[in-house]
Design a protein around this ligand. Structure first.
Ligand SMILES: Cc1ncc(COP(=O)(O)O)c(C=O)c1O
Length: 386
């Protein structure tokens, strides 16, 4: 053994220093208020333009009441994994609600959307298979693909010609093939070309997995997601989260009854972890019930999207996409992006800089909520004038 005197953990400090040098350093900002359009961030009241709480349900009292009632009835913890002691009647109810929202035969609830993707992808693909994923897919789709042991290839972002070329070249070398994509891309807010992906999947005999983390509650007449708008829900594997428009915590996969039965036996991130807590489960049930029928929430959200879209165009600010409540204003230079984020913050607007390595180029990412008022939106646009 060498007799060096540096600590075996010294590399951590060196790594942190390189993260700082690259301007990649990130840290948390403390929020001390109920989820809503106004938040106290690091002690300062600001208008929140960074939350995934698209319908405002994370702060909705009816949902809080449902969570409180579940804690009173079941307690705070679910006490075990679903296959041992943690399987509650409200998990079954939630899974029925999700299946109904998603137009699927069945669904399965995981402890987060991240775990739902890891567990599902790693269970349905293996060493003899091929996974083709959009280059901008969320981290959990990419990590799930790696976990599966399949051959993993990225196709260029939203580029179905590249997807077709890769299918032509590689599909026949593999047993099964999975095409995976976000429906609404989390960092840019643009939409996957799902209709063409479905055609290619049929042509090349592929499974399709769509992550509706940012589409659920937002798209579709009942908030079922982009797959509901396109009427393709029954033909694919739908994954998503309960933590964004649905204001709770947890993730899910929806699909055929056989797929769900298989995942109950094979998805490690579902089998070997504690079941979703009673509070989160009951909150998600209440949120889905509200999201399905309170169409006015979705209308209000889309009205806000239209106002910001018009405002940004009038200001000559170019957003990567204007198709969803996520709008990313591309700045490019990291230092300039941080400067603009700070300027917004000083003016009471919370819209953070998103930088590499999360995204290829630095941008300000704005997310809109149904509960933003016209005045709040005007304050945002006023600040983006400069
Ligand atoms: C596209 C996408 N998929 C999955 C997730 C993970 O969901 P969760 O936060 O429930 O783990 C996120 C966000 O965090 C996301 O943006």
């Amino acid at each position: 053994m060498s007799n060096h005197i540096t600590s075996p953990y010294a590399w951590i400090d060196q790594s942190l220093q390189s993260i700082h040098r690259a301007n990649w350093y990130r840290s948390t900002q403390t929020i001390a208020t109920r989820a809503g359009a106004i938040a106290k961030v690091d002690g300062r009241e600001m208008i929140m333009f960074a939350s995934n709480n698209y319908l405002g349900l994370a702060g909705d009292r009816r949902i809080a009441q449902a969570a409180i009632a579940a804690v009173e009835k079941y307690g705070t913890g679910s006490t075990g994994s679903r296959l041992v002691t943690g399987h509650l009647d409200i998990h079954e109810e939630l899974e029925r609600e999700i299946a109904d929202l998603k137009g699927a035969e069945a669904s399965l609830v995981f402890s987060s959307g991240y775990l739902a993707n890891l567990g599902t992808i790693a269970a349905i693909a293996g060493a003899r298979d091929l996974i083709l994923g959009d280059a901008f897919n969320h981290s959990c789709l990419k990590k799930g693909a790696l976990m599966s042991g399949a051959t993993v290839l990225d196709y260029q972002h939203r580029d179905c010609e590249d997807l077709r070329a890769k299918l032509q070249q590689h599909r026949h070398h593999h047993r099964r093939c999975l095409i995976s994509t976000d429906s609404v891309f989390s960092m840019d807010g643009d939409l996957a070309p799902l209709a063409t992906i479905m055609q290619l999947a049929a042509e090349y005999d592929c499974m399709v997995l769509v992550d509706e983390a940012h589409g659920t509650g937002v798209f579709g007449d009942r908030g079922g997601g982009l797959t509901e708008s396109l009427k393709i829900q029954s033909e694919l594997i739908q994954v998503g989260t309960l933590s964004k428009a649905l204001g709770s915590l947890g993730g899910y996969v929806a699909g055929s009854a056989k797929l769900i039965d298989f995942l109950r036996n094979r998805a490690a991130t579902w089998i070997y972890t504690t079941a979703l807590s009673p509070a989160d489960t009951a909150a998600a049930i209440a949120a889905i019930q509200i999201a399905k029928v309170e169409i006015s929430l979705r209308q209000q959200l889309w009205q806000n999207v239209a106002i910001v879209k018009q405002g940004l165009t009038a200001l000559g600010r170019s957003a990567i996409a204007l198709d969803s409540p996520i709008m990313a204003i591309n700045i490019g230079d990291i230092a300039q992006t941080l400067e603009l984020a700070n300027y917004l913050k000083e003016n009471g607007i919370f819209a953070p800089a998103i930088r590499p390595p999360t995204v290829p180029t630095a941008r300000i990412r704005i997310t809109l909520m149904a509960t933003h008022t016209p005045e709040q939106i005007q304050s945002l646009l006023n600040c983006l004038r400069f």
